[in-house]
Design a protein around this ligand. Structure first.
Ligand code: SF4
Length: 218
C-alpha cells in the first residue's frame, strides 16, 4: 500500500471533539464517504454518497497543516475502505493520537493497535442491531470505548443487558450511553443508570448544543 492509494472523503475539518473520553478537545475530523447501514437516527446521511478521492499522501498533508495531533477517522463507516488502515498507521507513525469511530459492523481486528477505537453496538431502535458484529468484542483493548445510542426504554434495557452479558466494563476503558438527540427525556436515562448502578458514561453530543444540530463540519 502506498501514499498514492486513494481514499474517498466527504470532508476534513477541525473542531472540538463532541463525544467519547476526548470530549472538548481540539480535534481534526476525517470523514470517509459511504456507509452500509441505515440507522434510524443517522445524522451524517450526507456522507453516504459523493465525496472525492484523495491520496493518502494528500490527506496526511492536509492534516499536518492543522497543527493538531488529535485526529478522528469517521464516516459513514470508515472501515469500508481498505486504504483507511494504512492512513491510520501513517498517522500513528507521525505521533498523532488517532481515534476511529465505527458502527461495529466491520472487522476491527486489522486496526493498528495504537489506534483508539470507539465502537457502536447498535440498539434495537436504530433498526440495525441485527448487524452488530459481536466477534469484534474480543478485539477491544482496555483503552477502547463502546457506545450505545439510546432512543427508547427498550434500547436502555437492551444496552444494560449487553453491558453485563458481554462484560464490557472489564474489556474496555469506557462505555458510553448516549441519547438520540431530542428524542427521550435525558433525565430518564440518568435515572435508570443510577437506579441500576451502571458503570457507564452518560454523554450528550456536545457539538449539537454548541451549534445548530443539523450543522455540518462542526
Ligand atoms: S453507521 Fe453511522 S453513518 Fe452509518 S447509518 Fe448508522 S449512524 Fe449513519
Amino acid at each position: 500500500m502506498t501514499s498514492s492509494e486513494k481514499i474517498r472523503l466527504t470532508e476534513i475539518y477541525q473542531s472540538i471533539q463532541g463525544e467519547s473520553s476526548f470530549v472538548g478537545k481540539r480535534c481534526i475530523f476525517v470523514r470517509l464517504t459511504g456507509c452500509n447501514l441505515r440507522c434510524s437516527y443517522c445524522d451524517t446521511e450526507y456522507s453516504f454518497y459523493g465525496g472525492k478521492n484523495h491520496s493518502i499522501g494528500d490527506i496526511l498533508n492536509i492534516i499536518n497543516d492543522f497543527n493538531c495531533n488529535l485526529v478522528e477517522i469517521t464516516g459513514g463507516e470508515p472501515l469500508l475502505q481498505n486504504g483507511v488502515f494504512s492512513l491510520m498507521t501513517s498517522l500513528c507513525d507521525k505521533g498523532n493520537t488517532v481515534l476511529i469511530e465505527t458502527s461495529g459492523n466491520r472487522d476491527i481486528s486489522m486496526i493498528d493497535p495504537r489506534v483508539h477505537i470507539i465502537m457502536d453496538l447498535k440498539t434495537p431502535s436504530s433498526g440495525e442491531s441485527h448487524n452488530n458484529r459481536y466477534e469484534n468484542i474480543k478485539h477491544l483493548k482496555t483503552k477502547d470505548e463502546v457506545k450505545f445510542v439510546i432512543g427508547s426504554e427498550e434500547d436502555y434495557v437492551w444496552s444494560r443487558d449487553k453491558l453485563i452479558s458481554e462484560k464490557l466494563n472489564e474489556l474496555c476503558g469506557n462505555v458510553i450511553f448516549s441519547p438520540v438527540f431530542a428524542q427521550l427525556e435525558y433525565s430518564k436515562i440518568v435515572d435508570w443508570i443510577v437506579r441500576d448502578g451502571l458503570d457507564v458514561t452518560f454523554q450528550l453530543q456536545l457539538h449539537k448544543f454548541i451549534w445548530n444540530p443539523t450543522e455540518k463540519g462542526v
